[in-house]
Ligand binder design. Structure first.
Ligand code: ZN
Length: 317
């Protein structure tokens, strides 16, 4: 028996013009609705602060729990809860973006954090492509291509399959494409520069493009499509596989077939059930649930057939 209980969360569902309906039809987060692009499954961000779903802290927000009970999070020093885990359902195209790093965001965005993120592809159409990186060789060439609107030439498209994983460091131009379902683990930040929006109009007007910021923060030349790309399809079940370890987070893939027991030895462990159904100890857990295994949880006993992405803080925290 564990000393601690799991901390189950109520996700925050976001409407987006590019969103689909899978968060309703497949994940049942809401009874109905469409144009629902994002499920913030584990978040203490002011734009979507998850509530605790059950137990001692039921109804409290994750940001409250983090401030009041830091011991559940291994007494880490970060002043705000550092991570944000989302499921993204893109029915339409998302604008092409780039994020600043901590130093640029601090100076230009009122002390905000930059944003490093990573994507696990939960589902995608056949022959799907991700937009990762660009083809300009110098910053001057980048600026020329942006100012001339030569975006189709600029952006780099790479083929992607269900089960692929990619790390997106600050300065990487990126976008997911229609039909993709993504589990994103990221620094808890919302600072985004829009590079290109395919010339679309919203209420008759194009959305703002952050031309100067994009040119300033984009990595040149960019090799993002060659680094940080992992194919997880062949990973064996009943083993915790680390996909990435960086300054901000460590992310793991775990597939359960039958039973598997592990030690929760991290400051805390964020868990998202991507598929299947089973048990964690005596509690039934199923596809679409997001929860936290707090510090001191001890032995984690899984049974069933399930697929997870898990994460915790990075090595330097
Ligand atoms: Zn992003």
């Amino acid at each position: 028996m564990s000393e601690q209980n799991i901390i189950a969360l109520e996700p925050v569902i976001k409407e987006n013009i590019w969103g689909g309906n899978r968060l309703v039809t497949e994940f049942h987060y809401l009874e109905e609705g469409s144009g629902l692009g994002e499920c913030w499954g584990i978040s203490a961000h002011p734009h979507g602060d998850c509530r605790i779903a059950e137990g001692t802290y039921q109804g409290k927000t994750l940001s409250w729990l983090y401030q009041e009970h830091r011991e559940l999070f291994g007494d880490i020093k970060s002043p705000e809860f550092p991570l944000l885990v989302k499921i993204i359902d893109a029915k339409d195209k998302l604008s092409i973006q780039v994020h600043p790093d901590d130093a640029y965001a601090k100076e230009h965005e009122n002390g905000s954090l930059g944003k490093t993120e990573c994507w696990y592809v939960m589902d995608c159409p056949e022959h799907a492509e991700l937009i990762i990186g660009h083809n300009a060789k110098t910053r001057q060439e980048l600026a020329e291509m942006v100012h001339a609107g030569r975006y189709e030439e600029l952006i780099r498209r790479i083929p992607v399959k269900k089960g692929d994983f990619v790390q997106i460091v600050p300065g990487t131009i990126h976008a997911i494409t229609p039909g993709m379902l993504i589990l994103e683990t990221q620094q808890s930040s919302d600072v985004t520069y829009r590079v290109y929006d395919y010339g679309r109009l919203l209420n008759g007007k194009p959305r703002e493009i952050h031309v100067e910021q994009s040119i300033a923060v984009t990595n040149v030349p960019d090799e993002a499509d060659k680094k940080g790309f992992i194919h997880t399809q062949g990973l064996c079940p009943n083993k915790l596989h680390e996909l990435i370890s960086c300054e901000y987070y460590r992310v793991f893939k775990l597939n359960i077939e039958g039973s598997f027991t592990m030690d929760q030895s991290y400051p805390f462990l964020l868990v998202s059930v991507l598929d299947g159904e089973g048990k964690l100890g005596e509690r039934v857990i199923r596809k679409g649930e997001h929860f936290i295994l707090p510090a001191g949880f001890g032995k984690v006993a899984f049974t069933g057939k399930m697929e997870f992405i898990l994460s915790t803080v990075g090595c330097e925290k």
